[in-house]
Design a protein around this ligand. Sequence first.
Ligand code: ARG
Length: 460
Amino acid sequence: TPKALWSGRFSKAPDEMMKRFGESISVDWCFYKEDIEGSKAHGKMLYKIGILTKEELEQILRVLEEIEEEIESGEFVPDIELEDVHMNIESRLIKKLGDLGAKIHTGRSRNDQVVTDYRLYLKKEITAIEKLLNNFMEALLTRAEKDVDITLPGFTHLMHAQPISLGHYWMAYFWKFERDLKRLKAALESSDVSPLGAGALAGSTLPLDREYTRELLGFGEISKNSLDTVSDRDFIMDLQYALSTLFIHTSGLSEDLIIWNTQEFNYIKLPDEFCTGSSMMPNKKNPDALELIRGKTGGVVTGLFNLMMNLKGLPLTYNRDLQEDKKFVLENLATAKAVLEILPLLIDKIEVQEANIQKHLEKGFLLATDVAEYLVLKGVPFRKTHEIVGAIVQYAEAKDLDFKNLSMEEWKQFSGVFEEDILEILTVEKAVERRESQGGTAKKQVLIQIKEGREIIEKA
Ligand code: ARG
């Protein structure tokens, strides 16, 4: 079995149990590309400051590339004996280059190395997720454009409230995701800091050129304090928070769509492609994709809490607890990508059941606020109008009538201010059209949102 790179001060090898318990290779092997990229940059820096000769550097770079190819071809399988990605790759380098390979870890610790790998890895992953999120937001814009003229009941407390445009609904989620996008960008920015050169915790006696490795690795800046560098996991918290809000949003959206798809509502038909059947009941077509999106949210948010609990109260600087900072994040990234790939396709294929929505629009006195505001425009104080219209609703509900079934005499019974023109405002389409205040549901306002949204997407 290969010897641990730190075995010098030990007289006994770790127990087999310790090896299995302590390894992180089963989680961090996915960092191999970044680990090699980091080693190349570190090697170039060691050459620049005179620790490696040109020839030595060239050999190291060549062999690191060879190792990368061996990993990709499956020839190099990591060994749990070597604990983590860093020591697996370094041991391979030493095996191939002997003493020369043993020079690569000069002025470096796994403590600055692991966060270098992690930050490089997250920068790529966040960029990929941003692209997918953008694509999904574009699907929402397209859907909003298509559905801007469809009116449906808007809800508070899951009770009919006021009529809205379906385009307005889709745009509500567009803006939630737009904020998630900003949070992802913030997480990208906090990942964009170069740790290399912090060493184990205190820096190095060697004249390391941190600015040079920063530049080679494409980081925006260098970390300011070596103790902070090896203990800082804020960049991961930022990402986990951004993913959590993203999932809280996809979960809420899923919930609405699941409800709208029920027999009771029947506002929409979900595409077969994202539903599945029952093993026993032949009639079933279940909204599984959306339920899974809703259900996976718990796991994603758990990832944020897991990390926060891990970090709470840790003494400076590196503690092995920090090795537990990867599993949930990696899982969450994969989940986010899967969800963001499914949602645009699903949204695009939803069939809106307009005729059925029309029937629902007649329930729940959706125009009550419009009637109250009609009286406001005739000079009645709002609180009074609220009371008057409340009484009309109570009266009509008891008789199983809707506003539009009331006679002029009945209107007048509640207030002498009502005139024939009350009948003109009593359509849900009018109710939507008249909500022209900024950010309101009127088509004109929704189109302004869509235009603004398009500009954001095009800039991204
Ligand atoms: N596998 C470790 C991790 O993921 C790398 C750093 C180990 N450092 C140490 N001092 N044991 O955190």
